[in-house]
Each structure stands twice: as C-alpha cells, then as structure tokens.
Design a protein around this ligand. Structure first.
Ligand SMILES: N[C@@H](CCC(=O)N[C@@H](CS)C(=O)NCC(=O)O)C(=O)O
Length: 263
C-alpha cells in the first residue's frame, strides 16, 4: 500500500484529459464530491473486484476509464509501476490490484474473523489470481491451446474442478469461500466465475456448486442492481486484436477497440 499525495487528483489528471481530447473535460457533480476514484481502462479486468466490493458495500465511487492510447501514454509514466488499476480516496493512493482489494477488505470487515479464515482468504485469493490470469491469457491468445473447445475441456475444466473441490472441502453446504460470512474473496470468485459464465455458458453448469455460488452472489440486492446496470463495463477485456471481448448479457455500451490490457 502506498500512501502519498495522489497524482490523479492533482491538475495532472485534467491535463492528461486535455491532451487526449483536446478540450477541457466537464466537471461532473461526482468529480466535485468526495468519492473514491478507480482508474482503469474501459473493461472489467483487474478493476472489477474493486467495483464489486464498493457496490456490495453501497459506497459511491467514480471512475476514470482511460479510453484511448494517447490518454494512456500520458498517464502511464505517472503510475509507480506504469500500470493500472489505481485507487484513490482523499490523500490515499494505492496501486496493485490485490493491494487495493485487501485494503478495502481490511477496512470494511471483509477479511474473515479468525486467523484460520484469513489464511483461507489468502489461499483462495492466490488460487483465483492464477485462475483469472489463465483465463485472460487464453482470451489474449497467449496459451498453446488457442481452440475454445480444447481450453474448455482442458485447463478450464481442471481449474474449475480444483476450485469446486476446495470450495466444498469442509461441507457440501458451504456458502462462502473464507468462513461463514462474505469476504472479499467471494467477490473475487464472483468476478472470475461470472466471466466464465459469460464466455463458456456450457461449462460453468458442470460445476454445480460454483454455478450456485455465482448465482447466489449475483442475487445479492446491491450486486443484482450493479450487474444489470450499464455501470458495469460490457467488456471483460480487450483481445489480441484490440477488440473488446464482450459479455453477451451486458446492457452497457460496447467500448471502442484499443490495445490496453492484460499481458
Ligand atoms: N500486478 C499489477 C498488474 C497490472 C496490469 O498488468 N495492468 C494492466 C491492465 S490489466 C496495464 O496497466 N496494462 C497496460 C500497460 O502495461 O501499458 C496489478 O495487479 O495491478
């Protein structure tokens, strides 16, 4: 976690936008207020669990969705690791997606109540980091098995099988991944499983406990509202050709193609 003066809330942010668009961006009521800001591209990607945590908590936020190469090239050198997402709230400025998730979890009672639950959260967080990375690498065409069917029957099935066995290791009636109550890893798991639902709708139902978990989280009132709203990006990420990979059930506008994304 880094705590320092935020580069995004300074005048730099406006100058970046001016550079990208050639005109002064309008100051919206949200920008004038004191809400946390998520900076990322116009896709779900690594920012989605941040959105899901804030939505579940009912915390209003605003987003800076970097939507062009020029805008990103202007912002990139200002980022400590030249990457996004970034999260800022007042004087707090955090980069590295998992540092952001854990910060929000620690400060909003979403990190388990016992050491055993926190260890479980950490294990599941790492397993989901691997699962999401593998999924993104397939979508980017970076895995040897570029064929959809091969991926679904191979790595995806193995990963979902491991996750399901881990999920139900204590009891077939498990409701959450990190104890008896919601934690941030449930929202991380939802982000992953919902992407699987969107792009491999025939595969997720083969893992009934995971499918039921996804459906239960999607039905939580605040998340149900978010998932069906146009606040949620339609694009899961941007493919190797720069085209957005779209959730067919999304109601949000489809972003323009460009190459910002996950390696
Ligand atoms: N470890 C970092 C990885 C961040 C990362 O790879 N960000 C990508 C988008 S998902 C990015 O900024 N790509 C654009 C670039 O590297 O120019 C995290 O978890 O935040």
């Amino acid at each position: 976690m880094r705590i320092e003066r935020s580069p995004l809330s300074s005048d730099c942010a406006d100058s970046v936008l001016v550079l990208a668009t050639g005109e002064e961006p309008p100051v919206t009521p949200a920008q004038a207020s004191n809400k946390p800001v998520i900076s990322y591209g116009p896709s779900r990607g690594r920012a989605e669990p941040i959105r899901l945590i804030l939505e579940e908590l009912g915390i209003e936020y605003r987003e800076r969705r970097v939507g062009s190469w020029q805008e990103w090239m202007a912002l990139k050198p200002q980022m400590p690791f030249q990457q996004l997402p970034a999260y800022e709230d007042g004087d707090l400025f955090i980069v590295q997606s998992h540092a952001i998730y854990r910060y929000l979890a620690r400060t909003h009672d979403l990190y388990g109540h016992t050491e055993a639950e926190r260890i479980d959260c950490d294990i599941v967080e790492e397993a989901l980091r691997d699962a999401r990375q593998e999924f993104w690498r397939f979508l980017k065409g970076l895995l040897p098995e570029k064929d959809r069917g091969l991926f679904a029957a191979g790595r995806l099935t193995t990963t979902l099988d491991c996750l399901e066995k881990y999920f139900r290791r204590h009891s077939a009636d498990t409701k959450f991944w990190g104890g008896d109550a919601l934690t941030f890893v449930d929202l991380l798991a939802f982000a992953y499983l919902d992407d699987v639902r969107a792009l491999f709708p025939e595969t997720l139902p083969k893992f009934g406990k995971l499918r039921d978990f996804r459906d239960r989280i999607a039905a939580r009132p605040r998340l149900a509202d978010y998932v069906s709203s146009d606040r949620r990006p339609a694009a899961i990420l941007f493919g190797p050709d720069g085209q957005p990979v779209i959730d067919p059930e999304s109601r949000a506008p489809v972003p323009s193609p460009w190459t910002f994304g996950i390696e």
